[in-house]
Design a protein around this ligand. Structure first.
Ligand SMILES: *Cc1c(COP(=O)(O)O)cnc(C)c1O
Length: 424
């Protein structure tokens, strides 16, 4: 496989972009990432003309695959041709808001922003503003974007910035606990209950694993937050409109959070984020409330049209059936291969999310530490490259999950299982 053009592009990129990329994880591939020329259904073609079955799918946003159905495409093109944006409200923002409110159990009102990071940043500010409290409980191994309140590692007794540039004084307002650990949450509420504005959690850890919640974990979070007057925030940036269909993961988990953050799919492949929840809460945002929140590009007409038409297409066609069936076939096939060839590994995922975790003991991970203990170097440095050489593109490291799209086919699944059989 020739990668000369990617190599040259990366060489140029290194001179003008930090690390040669615009988002950190893209540089994980060694010795250099390949550059994409275009997408095609469930495939991508790189700058050297190599074609791959693409399970990265934009790292989450592309529910329909690379070829947008005709109504989605024409709506996007029409909005773009009418002038990209105005700094004034448009009808399509109301249409998409109504759609989300209609389908997601916890959402009565919603504010659209431009990224998942912006959504979680605003949700944390809203929770602090509403409760008058400072502390946020997060999960170790959870991901909420590149924001100050969640770039925090360590534990509740010793929180520390996980990035340069985050003051220790900020990190002290964040309490990281292991996922699925009810005792740890009980302890932080015993110690800090009166100062906890919110528990911010992913329904399923999607950026570190995948790790599934144990039965009752989210019910427990619902109860303990209510007991202490704290908010429960589900970060559904990755699970929203992917797990549990149009009702999102919360409809599958059966727990109603106070606030939900969205991103990825809800923008149909364009930059997006959103914060939804009970009307009384979301109205705390300016101008109806005291929590400042604003954005030049927020509710961008092209994004709103792409999101609305994508979700409407999913509502009217068998999108979730298709991706769920292929997801099941992948996970079942992978489970057989793993049982035969690498019984210490674990197949994780649900709906259209999947991942083989290189665990050392065949035990499904229950928290971030379990995933961290997996053979992450083997995954990225040995296994990933062999899959790529077989024409199968997996996410850039052990931690990011992989996605089935409406553009994938039975043949893509068969080829992928064959490649796993060779590479594992
Ligand atoms: C992707 C993601 C984010 C960050 O969204 P960006 O659009 O990349 O800023 C936040 N939370 C979760 C759960 C995500 O998967």
């Amino acid at each position: 496989m020739n990668h000369e053009n990617s190599r040259e592009l990366y060489d140029r990129a290194l001179s003008v972009l930090p690390g040669g990329v615009n988002s950190a994880v893209r540089a994980a591939i060694e010795p250099y990432p390949f550059f994409v020329q275009k997408g095609d259904g469930g495939h991508v073609v790189d700058a050297d003309g190599n074609r791959y079955v693409d399970w990265v799918m934009g790292l989450g946003p592309l529910l329909l695959g690379h070829d947008l159905p005709q109504p989605v495409q024409s709506s996007i093109q029409q909005k773009a041709s009418e002038g990209p944006m105005y700094g004034m409200p448009t009808e399509v923002e109301v249409d998409l808001a109504e759609f989300v409110v209609r389908h997601v159990p916890s959402v009565e009102k919603i504010r659209f922003v431009n990224s998942g990071t912006e959504a979680t940043t605003s949700a944390v500010r809203l929770a602090r503003g509403y409760t008058g409290r400072n502390k946020i409980v997060i999960n170790q191994g959870g991901y909420h974007g590149a924001q100050e309140s969640t770039l925090v590692e360590g534990d509740a007794d010793n929180p520390a910035p996980s990035s340069a540039g985050v003051p220790q004084a900020f990190a002290e307002h964040t309490l990281p606990v292991p996922f699925n650990d009810q005792e740890a949450v009980t302890e932080v509420f015993e110690e800090h209950g009166d100062d906890i504005a919110a528990v911010l959690t992913e329904p399923i850890l999607g950026n570190y694993g995948i790790v599934h919640p144990e039965d009752g974990y989210h019910d427990f979070l619902r109860e303990i937050t209510e007991e202490h007057g704290s908010l429960l925030i589900f970060d559904e940036v990755i699970t929203g409109f992917r797990v549990g269909g149009l009702g999102c993961a919360q409809s599958e988990v059966g727990v109603t959070p106070d606030l939900t953050t969205f991103g990825k799919i809800v923008g149909g492949g364009f930059p997006v984020g959103a914060i939804g929840g009970r009307a009384e809460l979301v109205e705390q945002f300016a101008p109806s409330g005291p929590v400042f929140q604003a954005g030049t590009f927020s509710g961008h007409p092209v994004t709103m049209a792409a999101g609305l038409e994508t979700l409407q297409f999913a509502a009217e066609n068998d999108v979730y059936g298709h991706v769920g069936d292929l997801g099941d076939r992948l996970r079942d096939g992978l489970a057989d291969i793993v049982a035969d060839q690498a019984p210490e590994y674990t197949v994780a995922g649900t709906d259209s999310m999947f991942k083989v975790i290189f665990t050392r003991d065949g035990e499904a991970p229950t928290n971030g530490a379990d995933v961290k203990n997996a053979e992450t170097d083997r995954w990225r440095r040995v296994f990933w490259g062999q899959m790529k050489d077989e024409g199968i593109l997996l996410s850039q490291n052990q931690f990011e999950c992989q996605f089935v799209s409406y553009g994938h086919t039975d043949e893509d699944v068969e080829r992928t299982l064959e490649a796993y059989k060779e590479a594992l």
